[in-house]
Ligand binder design. Structure first.
Ligand code: SAH
Ligand code: SF4
Ligand code: F3S
Length: 442
């Protein structure tokens, strides 16, 4: 029996997919191609409308697989499925779906799948509320040498544009001993890089009985022997404390990469977004990081066309982007999400205006990204080789500590190893280079 999982959205969803795969493998399924699978699971995202449209398109495509193989079980889970009205709509519109479950009851998959096989009607089970954190679920990790490790689940911030708090529940922190045990086990099996995951990792520990914050946790993880790189995702700029900067600066393994979603450069818009900081505070944070962590790269997320955004507000965003000089930015067109505060705000921005602003922002950021990459030409950087390059399968690709993608030639045996790469060329989205010599570094 084969399974196939398709995943949309963020790292939390990718991590959930690893759990789903682990559960399926415990049930005796093995990974397979889509057209030969006995179970297909779509792990969905609803953060923007575009993400949802892709999922609907894919569900439609699966109809023909189901008619070829009536025993195929099609399951929908993730953030779209967590919304009951969306689940109901999918159930009605796509009778070939067998199973719908949400983000809070992934661990029930074995039981739900058995039921879907047994009874000839769609099984829908969505927990309205998050339950206790469930530890020790199986996982089939996507990679051996790097791994996602969840530290918090859910989000309490309620940024007014964002659906995530509604589909991922309230903030819950895992116990530090559970996190450390997981990391130590991973390292024993060959993991050299971990990415600590949470919608806002900086609020780690606030809900625990112990006195512990994210800086303390990072320090503990930094001491795990054999671990070479520590990343984390995502940091809310409002909660980025001086203690956290100092901890990162003093650590051996926490990478010099700061992903700090700014979202907008206008104080007016930031306030309407409920972000809890001003542009001045944000820029001061960037200054502090650059002072204390030399060579740090700083990346961000920006939303264009939030309700009420004027040309002047947008100019503030462009101005902030010019001043901060981000190494890279993920830019998004604002997408109204049903149930969020911003979706009901007046002065929604017309699509043409959003798109035109988006284009200007993209051009500006592309030139800044390129300039930032060009500064590395001629230098030698430590790269963790991740696999074949997606853009050029004859080459390999890996990342610097600062999270820049480097493409180079080399034998497949070095996948999962650290190699020094001399940078020869800079592009907007990546760097190119050559292996300098085969160090013992893996
Ligand atoms: N917890 C993370 C990630 C949230 S989703 C954080 O706080 O940064 C990732 C990004 O999607 C956000 O940073 C934001 O830039 C974007 N995003 C979220 N909701 C959006 C919406 N309704 N429209 C457009 N972009 C959105
Ligand atoms: Fe969404 Fe804001 Fe929470 Fe990030 S911090 S997940 S943008 S509500
Ligand atoms: Fe999407 Fe859910 Fe992540 S909405 S961005 S998959 S938390």
């Amino acid at each position: 029996m084969k399974y196939f999982i398709e995943t949309w959205g963020c790292q939390m969803n990718e991590r959930d997919t690893e759990t789903i795969a682990g559960l399926l493998e415990e049930m005796g399924y093995s990974p397979g191609k889509k057209d030969e699978a006995d179970v297909i699971i779509l792990n969905t995202c609803c953060v923007r409308e575009k993400a949802e449209q892709k999922v609907y398109g894919e569900i439609g495509h699966l109809r023909h697989l189901k008619s070829k193989n009536p025993n195929l079980v099609i399951g929908i889970c993730g953030c779209m499925a967590q919304q009951e009205e969306v689940a109901e709509k999918m159930r009605q519109r796509f009778p070939h779906i067998d199973l719908i479950f949400g983000t809070h009851n992934i661990h029930q998959l074995p039981r739900l799948l058995e039921r879907a096989r047994k009874f000839n009607e769609v099984q829908v089970e969505i927990w309205e509320r998050e339950g206790e954190i469930i530890e020790h679920l199986p996982a089939r990790r996507a990679d051996k040498f790097k791994a996602y490790v969840s530290v918090t689940y859910g989000c309490n911030n309620f940024c007014t544009y964002c659906i995530v708090p509604y589909v991922r529940g309230r903030e819950r922190s895992r116990l530090p001993e559970d996190i450390l045990k997981e990391i130590k086990d991973l390292v024993e099996q060959g993991t050299v890089e971990v990415m600590l995951l949470g919608q806002n990792v900086n609020s780690y520990g606030k809900d625990l009985d112990k006195e512990i914050d994210f800086a303390d946790l990072l320090q503990m993880v930094d001491e795990v022997k054999g671990l070479r790189r520590i990343r984390y995702m995502t940091s809310h700029p409002r909660d980025f404390t001086d203690k956290l900067i100092a901890t990162i600066a003093a650590s051996d393994h926490v990478c010099e990469h700061f992903h700090l979603p700014v979202q907008a450069g206008s104080n007016d818009v930031l306030q309407k977004m409920n972000r809890g900081y001003t542009r001045e505070q944000y820029m001061e944070l960037v200054e502090k990081i650059r002072r204390q962590v030399p060579g740090a790269s700083i990346t961000t997320d920006i939303i264009v066309g939030f309700p009420g955004e004027t040309e002047e507000d947008f100019q503030d965003t462009l101005d902030l982007v010019k001043k901060v000089q981000f190494d890279a930015a993920f830019t998004f067109l604002y997408s109204p999400r049903k149930g969020t505060v911003a979706a009901k705000m007046p002065d929604q921005i017309p699509d043409e205006v959003k798109k035109e602003r988006f284009q200007r922002l993209l051009e500006l950021q592309n030139s800044i990204s390129l300039a930032s990459n060009k500064r590395l030409v001629g230098s030698t950087v430590e790269v963790l080789v991740e696999g074949k390059s997606k853009t050029n399968p004859h080459k390999l690709s890996g990342r610097t500590r600062t999270n820049k993608v480097v493409i180079f030639e080399g034998p497949e045996e070095i996948i999962g190893k650290f190699v020094p790469i001399k940078i020869t060329e800079a592009k907007t989205w990546n760097l190119e280079g050559n292996v300098e010599h085969q160090g013992e570094g893996g």
